[in-house]
Design a protein around this ligand. Structure first.
Ligand code: PRP
Length: 198
């Protein structure tokens, strides 16, 4: 995905959302294909889907309803951004409860950005001795990577825009938008300036 989509932003959002990057239809079609690939790779074993809170909420719901396999689902709570746009300290807010020892694990996240989140979570999961771990992200923003990490399944490659919607937030807002949109820079610049003044 190299350019901003021309599909128009609903009028009530135009002051905040610059453009739609990935439409509802594009999301639905790609996630169905992705689920098919995962299903083929995981067939034969009960899988444990481990999803990172909170950005995966919509992606996860759409992905797993297409996974026609026995699976168990659990969550890890991890948060980094706070109110700004830069990755900061990682805070774990919920630990895994399902035992993943000798299990096939699919780790799901909404976006792979700097890679700091997955590079902290993966060793934690590996220490629990699963049979194997595969990673799945809806969005891959390779331009900002600082950790040497790649996802096994990627929904869309995206450029370095600040994206919101379909689970992704800015300061906890916009998660409910049904598409992936690009946030107007003035929105996060205003918030960054407020943070800097404090
Ligand atoms: C976001 C996103 C990823 C992570 C990716 O999480 O959901 O988990 O950042 O960034 P990274 O590759 O630079 O680490 P965030 O901390 O904003 O929490 P959220 O999912 O609750 O929005």
């Amino acid at each position: 995905m190299n350019s901003k989509s021309n599909t128009s932003v609903p009028p009530r959002l135009r002051a905040e959302v610059e453009s739609i990057l990935i439409t509802e239809d594009q999301l639905a079609r790609r996630i169905k294909v992705l689920a098919g690939e995962i299903e083929d790779d995981f067939r034969g074993h009960e899988m444990v889907v481990v999803s990172l809170l909170s950005g995966t909420v919509m992606f996860l719901a759409d992905l797993i309803r297409h996974l026609n396999l026995p699976l168990r689902l659990d969550f890890i709570g991890v948060s980094s951004y706070g109110a700004g746009t830069e990755s900061g300290e990682l805070v774990f807010t919920k630990e895994l409860r399902i035992d993943v020892r000798n299990r096939d694990v699919l780790l799901v996240d909404d976006i792979l950005d700097t890679g700091k989140t997955l590079s902290r979570v993966l060793p934690k999961l590996k220490a629990l001795k699963p049979r194997r771990i595969k990673t799945c992200v809806l969005l891959n923003k390779a331009a900002r990577r600082v950790e040497n990490i790649k996802a096994d399944y990627v929904g869309f490659e995206i450029p370095d825009f600040f994206v919101i919607g379909y689970g992704l937030d800015f300061a906890e807002r916009y998660r409910n938008l049904p598409f992936v949109g690009v946030l107007h820079p003035h929105i996060y610049k205003e918030v960054s300036q407020q943070v800097l003044k404090k």
